[in-house]
Write a protein that binds this ligand. Structure first.
Ligand SMILES: [Zn+2]
Length: 183
């Protein structure tokens, strides 16, 4: 995906208060085309303990193995909850694509900063959805949900499921939704 380098070298958010220069590219599983399921979170949070490593990756391949390891066993707050992919959907991480609405980490809880970032980063998401042409979109958190709902043209011919943000995401509460997902 040519967007890999574009995202990694993107500097649009530079200068925004609280911005950290570690844009995180999108993870696209090698067997993504089998199910075409695209999961969209909110932003690379403080639990992304591999931001430095991501910045240092030289190729998409390197990023891919790094991020897959992160999904499998990274020190991630929602790590345990990612069981829903394996146990709920019975999918391997090779079979999903995953990204965030905001590609850039930002410590600032300032909504102005956030909104500026969203304009910058979301342009990638729009192109990704076009390129990946998912059958199923899963949004995690209200910001990703609103973005998808607002861009109605994105959602035609797609099944869309919404989960709560990871800080509140409890697979037990979402189990019903998860079981309704038809792959
Ligand atoms: Zn950005």
């Amino acid at each position: 995906m040519g967007l890999f380098n574009e995202i990694k070298s993107c500097e649009l958010c530079k200068g925004i208060k609280g911005y950290k220069n570690y844009p995180v590219p999108t993870y696209v599983g090698k067997r993504y085309n089998e199910k075409r399921i695209f999961i969209i979170g909110q932003n690379p949070g403080k639990n992304y303990n591999i931001l430095n490593d991501i910045k240092n990756t030289k190729s998409e391949e390197e990023f891919y193995s790094l991020f897959k390891k992160f999904l499998n066993n990274g020190n991630w707050k929602i790590l345990n909850n990612w069981n829903w992919v394996k146990k709920g959907l019975k999918l391997d991480f090779d079979q999903i694509a995953f990204t965030d609405l905001y590609k850039c980490p930002c410590e600032e809880k300032n909504e102005k900063s956030r909104n500026k970032m969203k304009d910058n980063c979301a342009r990638f998401l729009l192109r990704e959805i076009e390129i990946l042409d998912p059958k199923i979109l899963i949004t995690i958190g209200s910001q990703a949900r609103e973005f998808i709902i607002k861009n109605k043209n994105l959602s035609s011919n797609k099944k869309i499921y919404h989960f709560r943000h990871t800080s509140r995401f409890n697979p037990l509460n979402e189990w019903h939704t998860i079981h309704n997902i038809q792959l």
